[in-house]
Design a protein around this ligand. Structure first.
Ligand code: AMP
Ligand code: GLY
Length: 422
C-alpha cells in the first residue's frame, strides 16, 4: 500500500522507520520530512495543515493510508477531510483533538467521566483569576487554555510571578490560546507517559515512557520539548496501568463517544503518580516526541498493523503488541542555546559511518541537506535511539551513537534514564 506520514521531526522519522519494515508498505512518502527521512523515503514539501492540500496530494499519489504525526494538522481538521474523502487515516477528528487543543475542554470531559485530575477553575478575565490565586494560595499551575507550543504552562514560585503570568496570558502573550486561562492545583509525584490506541471504542495500551523535559542534567534549567526518553517506565507498574485504564482512559473515551466525538488514533496520557495513585496531567492527541522514538524502536514493523487496525475500527481483533522483553532509550541532540536562541546551518559530520541496525538508529529531527552536507535546521536536531536487553545496554548503545556524531555545535544531556537507572 501507499502510505503518507505527515510531519518532519524525530517522531516522524521513527514512525517512517517502523512502517517501512512492514511488507505491507510499498511506497512511503513523508511530508515535509527532513534530511534523515529523505535518505529512506520520498519526501514532499506541502502545507500539511491545509486539509484540501493534503486531500489533493493523496488523490494525486493514490495514497491508501495516512499517519498524522503532529497536533497542528489534527486540530486543523486534516483527518476529518481525509476520512470524508474515503482515505484511511490514523488520527482523531478536529473535535476529538480538542483533548489537546483546549485544557478546559479536557477538564470538563474528565469531570463528566469521574477521571482523577488536579482540581481546577477557568477564567476569562484577569481580575477573577488573580482573586482565585490570592484565595487558593501557591503552589498552583497557570495554563493558557489553547495550544501554545508547549510554553503555555507556568508554575509560579511567588505571587508576583503568578500575577505576571496571568497578566501576560490575558494581554495576548500566547495569542488566542490565552483568551481563557485554567488554574490548577499543583500535583506532587512522578510524571510518566502512557500510550493507548483507541478506535472509537476499543482501547489498547501500547507502551509506557518517561520524558526528560528540562534542558539540563539532573532535571535543571528551562523546559524543552523533551531532551530524551526511555521505555518502559517502571513507575507505571502493571497495577497502575490497569488503574489508569479503568479510571481514566476508558471513562474519558466513553464520554467522548457519548458526546458524539469518538476518539480515533493514539492517545498520549501524561500522568502524575504518587502513593500508588495516578492522576491525569494532560492528554495529547499524538505520539510524544521523543517518546515515539523509543516506542517505535520497541514495536518495529507491527506498529503499522496496529495503526491500520486502529484506523479501520478493528482494534478489538488486533493482537496485543508483542515485544521482546527489552528496553529502549533515546538521547536528543540539540543546537547549543536551545530552548533559547540558537544558530542554524552548522554542519553535522560522521553520519556516513554510524553503526545503525535494528537495535540502534540515529533519527533526524531538525536537519536539512545543503549541497552534500547535512546541517542543523532546528532546535532539537538528532535523536540517538537504541534498544537493549537492559536499560543500561540501551543507554550505552544510544550514547555510542551520540559519540560517533561529529557536531561541535550540538549538546545533549548525559543522564537520560537516571530515574530508572538509579
Ligand atoms: P501540560 O502542557 O499540561 O502537560 O503541562 C506541562 C508540564 O507542566 C507537565 O508535564 C507537568 O510537568 C507540569 N504540570 C502541568 N500541570 C500540572 C499540575 N496540575 N501539577 C503539577 N505539574 C503540572
Ligand atoms: N515530549 C513531550 C511531547 O511530545 O509533548
Amino acid at each position: 500500500m501507499n502510505i503518507l506520514v505527515l510531519g518532519g521531526g524525530g517522531r516522524e522519522h521513527a514512525l517512517a522507520w517502523a512502517i517501512k519494515q512492514n511488507p505491507k508498505c510499498d511506497r512511503l512518502i513523508v511530508a515535509p520530512g527532513n534530511a534523515g527521512i529523505a535518505a529512506m523515503a520520498e519526501t514532499a514539501d506541502i502545507d500539511i495543515t491545509n486539509p484540501g492540500v493534503v486531500a489533493g496530494f493523496c488523490e494525486e499519489n493514490a495514497v491508501d493510508f495516512v499517519v498524522i504525526g503532529p497536533e497542528a494538522p489534527l486540530v486543523a481538521g486534516v483527518a476529518d477531510r481525509l476520512r470524508d474523502g474515503g482515505v484511511l487515516c490514523f488520527g482523531p477528528s478536529a473535535d476529538a483533538a480538542r483533548l489537546e487543543g483546549s485544557k478546559a475542554f479536557t477538564k470538563e470531559i474528565c469531570d463528566a467521566a469521574g477521571a482523577p485530575t488536579a482540581a481546577w477553575a477557568r477564567f476569562t478575565d484577569a481580575a477573577a483569576a488573580l482573586a482565585h490565586v490570592e484565595k487558593a494560595g501557591l503552589p498552583l499551575v497557570i495554563k493558557a487554555d489553547g495550544l501554545a507550543a508547549g510554553k503555555g504552562v507556568i508554575i509560579p514560585e511567588t505571587p508576583e510571578a503568578a500575577q505576571e503570568a496571568i497578566g501576560a496570558m490575558f494581554s495576548g502573550a500566547f495569542g488566542a490560546a490565552g483568551a481563557e486561562v485554567v488554574i490548577e492545583e499543583f500535583m506532587q509525584g512522578e510524571e510518566a507517559s502512557f500510550f493507548v490506541l483507541v478506535d472509537g471504542e476499543t482501547c489498547l495500551p501500547i507502551g509506557t515512557a518517561q520524558d526528560h523535559k528540562r534542558a539540563g542534567e539532573g532535571d535543571t534549567g528551562p523546559n524543552t520539548g523533551g531532551m530524551g526518553a526511555y521505555s518502559p517506565a517502571p513507575v507505571l507498574t502493571d497495577a497502575i496501568q490497569a488503574q489508569v485504564m479503568e479510571k481514566i482512559i476508558r471513562p474519558t473515551m466513553a464520554e467522548m463517544a457519548r458526546r458524539g466525538m469518538p476518539y480515533q488514533g493514539v492517545l498520549y496520557a501524561g500522568l502524575m503518580i504518587e502513593g500508588g495513585r495516578a492522576r491525569l496531567v494532560e492528554y495529547n492527541v499524538r505520539f510524544g516526541d521523543p517518546e515515539a522514538q523509543v516506542l517505535m524502536m520497541r514495536l518495529g514493523a507491527q506498529a503499522l498493523d496496529l495503526m491500520l487496525a486502529c484506523a479501520a475500527g478493528r482494534l478489538a481483533e488486533a493482537p496485543a503488541p508483542s515485544w521482546a522483553d527489552d528496553h529502549a532509550l533515546s538521547v536528543v541532540m540539540a543546537a547549543r542555546g536551545y530552548p533559547g536562541p540558537y544558530e542554524k546551518g552548522s554542519i553535522i559530520a560522521g553520519l556516513d559511518a554510524l553503526p545503525e541496525d535494528s537495535t540502534r538508529m540515529l533519527f533526524h529531527a531538525g536537519t536539512a541537506r545543503v549541497g552534500g552536507a547535512v546541517v542543523a535546521a532546528g532546535g532539537r536536531v538528532l535523536n540517538a535511539t537504541a534498544r537493549g536487553a537492559s536499560l543500561t545496554e540501551a543507554r550505552d548503545r544510544a550514547y555510542g551513537l551520540v559519540d560517533a556524531v561529529d557536531w561541535p555545535e550540538g549538546f545533549c544531556r548525559r543522564d537520560i534514564g537516571w530515574r530508572a537507572l538509579g
